[in-house]
Design a protein around this ligand. Structure first.
Ligand code: HEM
Length: 539
């Protein structure tokens, strides 16, 4: 072994002395021209592609992904006219490979949706009186927004007219960073214990064996968790089948805190009232549309904006001081309870306008990432445990759905400078914060903003760690009763018909009776009507 190594070294040394025919033999060091200064902007490419995407096809030639003109998109290279394909057919392979990767994971909930862009106009000083958020400081200021509406349970290709709550999300690109309002078209929600969320959602989606929607699962969960009842009643009224996305209101649901420069704060809920007026489908209309035009809501929104019939919503807050919250009739952190206008009057803060359709649905709506944790100075979360869980959930889902750099995707990108130490990761498309240090350098210091207010005085918690699960009591029937007794006779009749048509399809008598007993607790006649409709006796 050692001997052969020695021999080969000797042979190599001898070989190296020969005048071989290679570039090694050419000495260009004296004649070669040295480079002159040359630098170019790496973003010429993206800028050019941005401009290219606005051009009409007639101004452009077909190219590969690398921008190389290519004469025929349909052809494939093969051996003669009937032989196998050639691996060298880069064009064919590139187009197949890209196609295979077109889908990204759909949202685990709220997968089906539509959206558009526009602005939020600050219309009063009310916001400023409660919060130092920059967006409220100047009446008349317009903040660019993107809104997305969605159904909750269905897959991306499902009908958008079905009975389901509707998501109602708004991304505000404020001068001091992104503020996302990730709301629904309802003031309350089915749960107030966050660990229930994935389980509840499973019951609203498909049966693990049949892959069919399952009425027994659906009502088994709801009837066993009666804190859901007010949301269930709203859902089974005609509010559960809104006419598209323009004719419904939006609510923050959760309580947040609005904070001023001096650290004083209020609990607030936010609420957007449609300027188009409320309009719903009956179940008969929704069922027909689900078959004939399952994308009705998406189409209605797009066509209204194309026709310059711009939809808008007037936004209000309801504010409670911490003192008033202590004695308020409901726990202000309970997501299953609304605040009536009589108890906490609404105050206008601004208006949302949608004026611009997406040019590309995937880039601008599928890739949009809303997160309740995206808040600005002057806005803070309350201790509502469902909200606290949501602070974690959304960016976690989006790192999976869109990748760790999802905030640099154009539709998510803040209109405020970003300077921090987050770097690298999959799919860096911008300049990755350039050459700035990627740690808090003492040599090139990043300025640290002044803490806007002292938050030590916000709340003092007393107590040890507990395992918490809420329990149901009579107060959980207060809102269902208010809601039922405020429906018109026609709306009550529709409600009964909607429940009978759905609950009646469950097969378990136990489930049917348990849910009907809850309706009977809201109003005995209501319980009797449903029992009669689904052919059971009220126990
Ligand atoms: C513990 C409770 C909840 C959890 C864990 C949760 C989780 C999620 C997740 C993971 C997504 C998909 C996000 C994405 O991929 O971009 C989502 C979407 C959404 N959620 Fe929730 N959610 C909860 C409760 C709520 C509540 C109470 C509301 C309304 C007040 C709400 C409104 C929405 C909306 C509107 C979307 C769609 C956002 C969009 O248009 O992209 N969620 N949720």
């Amino acid at each position: 072994m050692i001997l052969s190594f020695y021999l080969s070294l000797t042979a190599f040394a001898a070989f190296g002395q020969l005048p071989v025919l290679s570039a090694d033999a050419l000495d260009v060091s004296k004649t070669a021209k040295r480079a002159t200064d040359f630098a170019f902007d790496l973003f010429n490419g993206p800028t050019l592609q941005d401009k290219t995407s606005t051009k009409s096809p007639s101004e452009l030639y077909y190219t590969t992904g690398g921008g190389v003109p290519y004469p025929q998109p349909f052809e494939a290279q093969r051996v003669a006219e009937t032989g196998p394909l050639l691996l060298q057919d880069f064009h064919l392979i590139e187009s197949l490979a890209h196609f295979h990767r077109e889908r990204i994971p759909e949202r685990v909930v709220h997968a089906k949706g539509a959206g558009a862009h526009g602005y939020f106009e600050t219309t009063t000083d009310v916001g400023k009186n409660y919060s130092m958020a920059d967006v409220f400081q100047r009446v008349g200021e317009k903040t660019p927004i993107t809104m997305r509406f969605s159904t909750v349970g269905g897959e991306e290709g499902s009908a958008d007219v079905v009975r389901d709550p509707r998501g109602f999300s708004i991304k505000l690109r404020t001068k001091k960073g992104i503020w996302d309002w990730v709301w629904n078209n309802t003031p309350v929600f089915f749960i107030r214990d966050p660990a229930k969320f994935p389980n509840f959602i499973h019951t609203q989606k498909c049966n693990p064996q049949t892959h069919l929607k399952d009425k027994d699962m659906f009502w088994d969960y709801l009837s066993s968790n009666p804190e859901s009842l007010y949301q269930v009643m709203r859902l089974f009224s005609d509010l559960g089948t809104p006419y598209g996305f323009r004719h419904m209101n939006g609510w923050s649901g959760h309580t947040y805190r609005f904070v001023k420069e001096d650290g004083s704060w209020h609990y607030v809920k936010l609420h957007a009232v449609t300027d188009q007026g409320i309009k719903n489908h009956t179940i008969a209309e929704a069922n027909i549309l689900a078959g004939t035009n399952p994308d009705f809501g998406t189409q209605d929104l797009f066509e209204a904006i194309e026709a310059k019939n711009y939809p808008s919503w007037t936004v209000y807050i309801q504010a409670l001081s911490p003192k008033a919250a202590e004695t308020f009739k409901y726990n202000v952190l309970d997501l299953t309870k609304d605040w009536s206008y009589e108890d906490v009057p609404p105050q206008e803060i601004g208006r949302l306008h949608l004026t611009q359709n997406p040019k590309n649905y995937f880039a601008e709506i599928e890739q949009v990432a809303f997160a309740p944790g995206h808040m600005v100075e002057g806005v803070e979360p309350s201790e509502d445990p469902v909200l606290q869980s949501r602070l974690f959930a959304y960016p976690d889902a989006q790192r999976y759905r869109l990748g760790v750099n999802y905030q640099t995707i154009p539709v998510n990108c803040p209109y405020a400078p970003v300077a921090n130490f987050q770097r690298d990761g999959r799919a860096v498309h911008d300049d990755n914060q350039g050459s700035r240090p990627n740690y808090p350098s003492s040599l090139e210091k990043l300025n640290l903003p002044k803490r806007p207010y002292n938050d030590a005085n916000h709340t003092i918690w007393i107590g040890g760690a507990v395992r918490y699960l809420s329990t149901v009591s009579d107060i959980d029937f207060a809102w269902p009763k208010i809601f039922w007794h405020n429906l018109t006779k026609q709306d009550q009749d529709n409600f009964v018909g909607n429940v009978v048509g759905h609950l009646g399809m469950a097969t378990s008598d136990v489930v049917k009776k348990r849910q009907t007993a809850l309706f009977a607790k809201v109003d005995h006649t209501l319980g009797e009507r449903i029992a009669h409709g689904i052919n059971i006796t009220l126990s």
